[in-house]
Write a protein that binds this ligand. Structure first.
Ligand code: SF4
Ligand code: SF4
Length: 218
């Protein structure tokens, strides 16, 4: 899932200081799960903006906002409300925000910061906790590392074994986190595949995952 974090209301108000009326768009998938861009958050933001003298002409939650072709169809149903607004506030991730900008042809401002691809560790009224799991490197090697990504979860991005600084299973860069190579070792041991530790992963090909447009031939 794409992990997002809400921007402050002041930052959002700064974007729309010259726009008396706005339309809100959220996302039914990742942003809803992160509690940054679902129905609840759209209603909350609508109330906050109203209290600051802004008119909210309407809102919609797309499923998902980043699916450009689907978003085109869905936003047609809110044509009038969108036309009545000077700008759109997106409660989706960066990809969703760009899709909304393309579909509406209006100025679109993000209500969220997009952080990373990750998982939910915990959701609670006090705090939410997410863990970064994949940096979308374009060349997945977790098939030899026990399903655990060292590219993302080792602060040094080491693909071929630990740096040697691990202490009691913890990372030398951040002792609060486990050394990912200890986790990988233990997982491979559990699978009876410790031989994978001797497999040398190729140096990362940094040209991969950076294509501007990708055509996936089958
Ligand atoms: S190896 Fe690359 S694609 Fe695979 S999980 Fe890690 S960052 Fe993501
Ligand atoms: S201690 Fe482990 S996780 Fe930390 S930098 Fe070294 S290899 Fe990476």
């Amino acid at each position: 899932m794409i992990i997002t974090k809400q921007k402050s209301i002041d930052e959002i108000l700064g974007y729309i200081k010259n726009d008396p009326a706005v339309f809100l768009v959220g996302c039914a998938v990742c942003a809803t799960t992160c509690k940054t861009g679902g129905e609840t958050e759209a209603k909350l933001l609508s109330g906050l903006l109203g209290a600051k003298g802004k008119a909210v002409t309407g809102w919609d939650i797309l499923n998902p906002a980043c699916y450009l072709l689907e978003s085109k169809k869905l936003l047609r149903r809110k044509e009038k409300e969108i036309a009545a607004a000077q700008s759109i506030i997106s409660l989706a991730c960066g990809g969703g925000t760009q899709a909304i900008a393309e579909v509406t042809g209006k100025p679109v401002y993000p209500a969220n910061d997009t952080l990373f691809q990750g998982e939910i560790i915990r959701l609670s009224p006090q705090e939410d906790c997410f863990e970064k799991k994949c940096t979308m490197c374009g060349e997945c090697i977790v098939g030899i590392t026990g399903g655990i990504c060292p590219v993302t979860r080792c602060p040094k991005g080491l693909r071929n074994g630990p740096c040697g600084g691990s202490h009691k299973g913890k990372c030398e860069v951040d002792p609060k986190r486990d050394c990912v190579w200890v986790l990988i070792y233990n997982k491979l041991k559990e699978f009876g595949r410790l031989g994978n530790m001797a497999v040398t992963a190729k140096a990362g090909d940094h040209s991969r995952g950076r294509d501007y447009i990708l055509i996936n031939k089958r």
